[in-house]
Ligand binder design. Structure first.
Ligand code: DCT
Ligand code: MG
Length: 508
């Protein structure tokens, strides 16, 4: 996590976000050379055809504007196979080519999957059979009953397979801009919109698809509509070009720089990091100094291979002092992400005395310092109290002992060669968070540190739907006035009356 942007407003993305998906005309790489798609405009309309073409091209599909005999797949909507064949005859397409005739649902699934999906009977347009024939169901848009979608992320399964990235990228940018402007309400609105769209098992291609989906107010729907029609949102475009947004994005990409410092530098007229760094009158914290020193490494994402290598070293060090300790990688990597801005670990030990537990992180720091594996650390002592009620604030910080550090990962500790490591590079600076919790609180801590918007909605759900208070330490039942114990995350879900959601389904 980012120790300076820990509010619930923080989408806590430290790297420059990919915004290319919003520019309609950028050249696209073709990933699937054997597949040449043509989308039939008839009954679909120009706008929708252009929108689908753009989406598919972004995912690496070759979509032709004109029909030619190189076309291998013809995609149509609300047409029977006979309709398409009839149309083809009029176009006088070469008899040598026999393109597949497919329903638009196939292309939408391909776009969602980011690769060609298998063509099954439900996708193939049947010649001589009517589209509305019940034996050939064709596309039902949207393909699931949307009424079932909950307003709470903790009642939705959100995997990393995002069918609506074109929209969620837009709302993530708008939310971040509101965070920079400390406009909390709008920030939450955009974050909830992005979050619910990430959970949908289909791509939104028309406004009809948004019906019945919670968390999409009129403002949000207006933006969705604009993206459907124009391929981009003018508001997002304006934010991306906004000087304040660009500067805050840049400044907060430095470890140790939060909103307050960004505001100050922006007001002082700084727009680049080199100008900030060379300004003699500015005083930097130890954290910021480290942030500048290892800037390049820290803004480049941590890969899973790097995270695994760090994990081995964390376990080695922890087990040298507490051999029975459990060390679990949490945060985004536990949710299945392939990249992260840092690597988070939860440590807990069933058999150790309180003072042994309290000394562990310092001992690990001393060991790494001796071994030359530590570039920076900040150890925050525990303020945990057994009887304290959980905090009602969804963004409250937890009270466990923790350490925010920059690890020096030696190249030889990596199993395989990493494409991001240049030749001759012998180590990489990696942000690591270590959290130490009492053994009986490990399920709550694990749930909290696995994170994403999901966990904040879990706390909101507990408060509003169950009259309970949940935080990273405990679950309290306000009606019965008791603490509810849990040995596992599953038990916490059960206390809350929720179906269990796996970590990789919590990418809300
Ligand atoms: N966390 C928390 N309380 C906070 C802030 C964070 O319990 N006030 C938890 C929730 C997520 C977890 O820490 C890890 O945070 P990050 O590392 O910032 O997020 P991430 O999901 O791991 O994303 P990234 O891949 O960018 O590291
Ligand atoms: Mg993380």
């Amino acid at each position: 996590m980012d120790p300076l942007r820990m509010s619930h407003l923080s989408p806590r993305k430290k790297r420059p976000r990919q915004t290319g998906a919003l520019t309609a005309s950028s050249p696209q790489d073709i990933k699937f050379q054997d597949l040449v798609v043509f989308i039939l405009e008839k009954k679909m309309g120009t706008t929708r055809r252009a929108f689908l073409t753009e989406l598919a091209r972004r995912k690496g599909f070759r979509v032709e504007n004109e029909l030619s005999d190189s076309v291998t797949h013809i995609v149509a909507e609300n047409n029977t196979g006979s309709d398409v064949l009839e149309w083809l005859q009029v176009q006088k397409i070469q008899a040598s080519s026999q393109p597949e005739l497919l329903d638009v649902s196939w292309l939408i699934e391909c776009i969602g999957a980011g690769k060609p999906v298998e063509m099954t009977g439900k996708h193939q347009l049947v010649v001589g059979r009517d589209y509305s024939d019940s034996t050939n169901p064709g596309p039902k848009t949207p393909p699931i009953a949307v009424q079932k979608i909950s307003q709470y992320a903790c009642q939705r399964r959100t995997t990393l397979n995002n069918f609506n990235q074109i929209f969620t990228d837009a709302f993530d940018i708008l939310a971040e801009n509101c965070e920079f402007r400390e406009n909390e309400d709008s920030c939450v609105t955009f974050m909830r919109a992005a979050s619910v769209l990430k959970s949908l098992p289909f791509t939104i291609i028309s406004m009809k698809d948004t019906e019945g989906i919670p968390c999409l107010g009129s403002k949000v729907k207006g933006i969705i509509e604009e993206i459907i029609e124009d391929g981009e949102s003018s508001e997002v475009k304006a934010v991306l070009n906004d000087e304040r947004y660009q500067s805050f994005k840049l400044f907060t990409s430095v470890f140790g720089v939060g909103l307050k410092t960004s505001e100050k530098w922006f007001r002082m007229g700084f727009r680049t990091l080199s100008k900030v760094r060379s300004e003699k009158s500015l005083k930097f914290t130890r954290m910021q100094q480290a942030g500048f020193l290892y800037y390049e490494d820290l803004v480049s994402c941590v890969t899973r291979a790097e995270a695994e290598a760090v994990s081995v070293l964390v376990k080695e060090a922890v087990w040298a002092f507490l051999p029975d300790a459990f060390v679990t990688m949490t945060g985004g990597f536990r949710r299945g992400k392939k990249m992260g801005h840092d690597v988070d670990f939860l440590i807990t030990s069933p058999g150790s005395a309180e003072d042994e537990e309290q000394q562990l992180l310092q001992k690990v720091m001393n060991l790494w310092e001796k071994k030359g594996l530590l570039l920076y650390y900040d150890l925050v002592e525990s303020t945990f109290e057994k009887l304290r009620l959980p905090s009602r604030k969804v963004d409250a910080l937890d009270h466990f002992q923790k350490c925010f550090l920059i690890f020096k990962l030696p190249r030889q500790r990596l199993d395989s060669d990493q494409p991001s490591w240049q030749e001759g590079k012998t180590w990489k600076a990696i942000r690591v968070d270590l959290v130490m919790c009492p053994y009986e609180r490990r399920a709550f801590a694990l749930l909290g540190w696995t994170g994403s918007r999901f966990e904040r909605d879990l706390r909101r759900y507990a408060t509003h739907e169950q009259k309970m208070i949940l935080d990273n330490h405990a679950l309290y039942d306000k009606t019965k006035r008791i603490f509810l114990k849990a040995e596992s995350e599953e038990e916490i879900f059960a206390h809350l009356g929720l179906d269990y959601i796996e970590p990789w389904e919590r990418n809300a």
